[in-house]
Design a binder for this molecule. Structure first.
Ligand code: 13P
Length: 253
């Protein structure tokens, strides 16, 4: 990936989803050690389950790996059994938070309006949101991918993001955990459409917001995906659980 002075560093973020016990911190430590010994072109983040957040933040302290949450509640505190607020994520050492992941939209019924409210909460807590959007296979087959993704982005990105650090992640639902990826041309087309939305919403700032690709990013396809126009990084699921695979993807940026 060629960097210019106006292009922010790409972001390679690992989403551990509901995987990871204390022993898994060894993988994070291996990533941190490699990043410290050879600083990569990309910013690097790991988003473990909430139970590991604090321990991972402590293990990564002073290293070149940022730690993030995978979701937050839209309120800073309250009677919400089982939920975790953005303020709590920040208190545990998180710097970023993934919001609107398709697994949460599908399994927890999260609407664009709720995702937008969560983005507001993340900003209020000083977290950098990574806002996800992506189409299902049925929507792609019906020729609706671009309309669906840009619609989700418009409705999930509140105006208060203006001037703030954030990223958007394009994650086609059918590419997540399946080993299937869109063609590079299809990724480029959706990312170009998302870039247009970001510029329409946020002007010049929108031209610099990283747009990550996510969905079956692996060491063997990362270089080609990351070299695609308007791809400003990757949101990596399964391949972020093993330090060697994640480091190979970081190297490709
Ligand atoms: P996989 O890389 O396992 O396909 O997961 C992608 C994802 O959902 C990242 O948020």
């Amino acid at each position: 990936m060629t960097l210019s002075l106006t292009t922010p560093r790409p972001l390679i973020a690992g989403n551990w989803k509901m995987f990871g016990l204390e022993t898994s911190l060894d993988e994070a430590r291996a990533v941190a050690a490699a990043v410290a010994s050879k600083p990569p072109a990309a910013r690097v983040a790991l988003c473990p389950p909430a139970t590991l957040l604090h321990r991972m933040s402590e293990a990564m302290a002073g290293e070149g790996v940022l730690v993030g949450g995978q979701d937050c509640h839209q309120s800073p505190s309250g009677a919400h059994t089982g939920d975790v607020s953005a303020t709590m994520l920040a208190d545990a050492g998180a710097r970023l938070v993934i919001l609107g992941h398709s697994e949460r939209r599908a399994a927890h019924g999260e609407s664009d309006a709720l995702v937008s409210a969560k983005v507001e909460a993340a900003l209020a807590a000083g977290l950098e949101p990574i806002v996800c959007c992506g189409e299902t296979l049925a929507q792609r087959d019906a020729g609706q991918a671009q309309a669906v993704v840009t619609g989700m982005a418009r409705a999930s990105l509140p105006a208060s993001l203006a001037g703030q650090d954030f990223a958007v992640a394009y994650e086609p639902v059918w590419a997540i955990g399946t080993g299937r990826t869109p063609t590079v041309a299809d990724i480029a087309a959706i990312h170009a459409a998302l870039r247009a939305v970001l510029i329409e919403r946020f002007g010049q700032h929108g031209a610099t917001v990283p747009i990550l690709y996510g969905g079956s990013v692996k060491p063997d396809n990362a270089r080609e995906i990351l070299a695609t126009p308007e791809v400003g990084g990757a949101l990596v699921g399964g391949a972020s659980l093993k330090a060697a695979d994640f480091l190979a993807i970081i190297d490709a940026a």
